[in-house]
Ligand binder design. Structure first.
Ligand code: TRP
Length: 447
């Protein structure tokens, strides 16, 4: 049974593209991107991030799908098997192993933020933001973070939802969920950008996001931009490899990648153009950190007509965007357990989910009881984010693309990508040189 299920397939091309978009578009776009822009000082970060997406992200995304589709297994076995078939060392399986471990680590803190989105949905529905000023909204957020019990309850609920969807399987769970909610979230975001245009901070926000001050660019910012390009496209963690393993031969990978990347980037930039006008119009601190979205948008919701409805919908859809990503993070872990242990799909989902949930508790305590527990100056939450985004994601992604570009028969790759000779030459340039060297350069810069 287990094998039959893990060789499941997406029900359609469209279903796959939506699920992959659902994985890519998530808290990374709406919660993480704006606060990283703020912490990194604005447009220089944004432009480097966009370059990383185009030159490094796209080729790696395509490589991961290609590997997954050929292997049809969990990321570790996929890598081991393809390496073996091509006469390469089995240690390439390490790329898959870093991936599964990383997905496990990311989901633990991702679910905590997913819980914040749920909690804010409740607040929005009860009209808790109405009439509040920026100080009151900031205080409410701090009070919320100071209560471990609250955070735990919402983190648990979010994890429960994730487990529920993943247990339902590939087409039924992962795919169906993405179809309706993603377009709705896009619409609300556009409305919020419209609100941003009325605040008086719109011009400042646009300049902040797109007019670079290159003196702000240093090794740290480069690494942050690279790491976030991986995070936002769900790269390096076996997620896209796992999604590729459910993929049929007929799908054109480059075209699918184009759709996913355009959608993902649009969501991130729209989130920026919704949030920063509010930041500048109200004199808030752009470098406020992970709370940025939670202390800016409620200001808008509390002060505009229809804010109650808009706010409730926004946090509902944010939760949904988070869920379509969190399910993708659980998937490679579940796929591995399903194929390598006697557990069936539901058992594997529950075991993986509960373990991740437990690690998430350490992450959420970083905001209160354990705020002083630090490793190398980082609390547990920041440490999980740092190690995964800045090291594991880029390294595993690097492994995937080096393998595809240097270790596979290139004629087959060209046929699989359906490229003519010109297109394939460009692909080769990016996949063999630009992307790997880019990743290595950024690492080297940081040492
Ligand atoms: N890309 C998602 C976001 O932006 C998060 C995510 C889902 C992810 N799957 C991933 C990040 C795999 C890294 C690796 O919210």
């Amino acid at each position: 049974m287990a094998t039959a299920q893990s060789h499941a397939q997406w029900s359609s091309r469209m279903g796959f593209v939506l699920a992959a978009t659902g994985s890519a578009v998530g808290l990374g776009n709406i919660w993480k991107f704006p606060y990283m822009v703020g912490q990194s000082g604005g447009a220089a970060f944004v432009l480097v991030y966009l370059a990383c997406i185009a030159l490094i992200g796209v080729p790696i995304l395509v490589s991961e799908w290609l590997l997954g589709r050929r292997g049809q297994k969990n990321p570790i076995n996929t890598m081991a098997q393809i390496a073996h078939q091509h006469g390469h060392h089995r240690s390439w399986a390490l790329v898959g192993a870093i991936g599964v471990l990383g997905a496990f680590l990311i989901l633990s803190f991702y679910s905590v933020i997913g819980g914040w989105a749920l909690a804010y949905m409740r607040d929005a529905i009860f009209g808790s933001f109405s009439g509040l000023d920026k100080t009151a909204i900031g205080t409410a957020f701090e009070t919320f973070l100071a209560q471990p019990g609250e955070l735990l309850a919402w983190h648990s609920l979010f994890m429960l939802l994730t487990i529920g969807v993943v247990a339902m399987g590939v087409a039924g769970g992962l795919e169906r969920g993405s179809k309706l909610m993603m377009p709705a979230l896009g619409l609300i975001l556009i409305v919020l950008v419209g609100y941003g245009a009325t605040t008086g901070g719109f011009g400042d926000a646009a300049a902040y996001l797109f007019n670079p001050d290159w003196t702000k660019l240093d090794g740290k910012v480069l690494l942050a931009a690279l790491g976030h390009a991986f995070f936002t496209l769900s790269l390096g963690m076996g997620v896209m490899m796992a999604y590729g393993s459910y993929l049929g031969e007929d799908v054109n990978l480059l075209r699918a990648a184009r759709t996913v990347v355009i959608m993902d980037t649009t969501f991130a930039l729209c989130a920026g153009m919704a949030i920063f006008p509010i930041v500048f119009a109200n004199g808030l601190d752009p470098a406020a950190g992970p709370g940025l979205v939670f202390v800016t948008l409620p200001l808008a919701f509390g002060n505009i007509t229809g804010g109650l409805l808009l706010g409730s919908l926004f946090f509902l859809l944010l939760t949904f965007a988070a869920l379509t990503s969190s399910i993708s993070l659980l998937e490679p872990v579940v796929e591995l357990l399903e194929e390598r242990t006697p557990l069936n799909r539901i058992g594997a989902t529950v075991v993986a989910g509960l373990t991740i949930w437990a690690l998430g508790i350490a992450a959420l305590l970083s905001f209160n009881l354990w705020s002083e527990v630090k490793f190398a100056g980082l609390n547990v939450f920041d440490l999980l984010d740092y190690v995964t985004s800045k090291f594991m994601l880029p390294l595993a992604g690097l492994g995937a693309i080096v393998f595809v570009a240097w270790k596979l028969k290139q004629d087959d790759v060209q046929r699989e990508l359906q490229l003519g000779s010109g297109g394939f030459a460009l692909w080769t340039l990016l996949a063999r040189y630009v992307a790997p060297i880019g990743v290595l350069f950024v690492f080297w810069n940081n040492l």
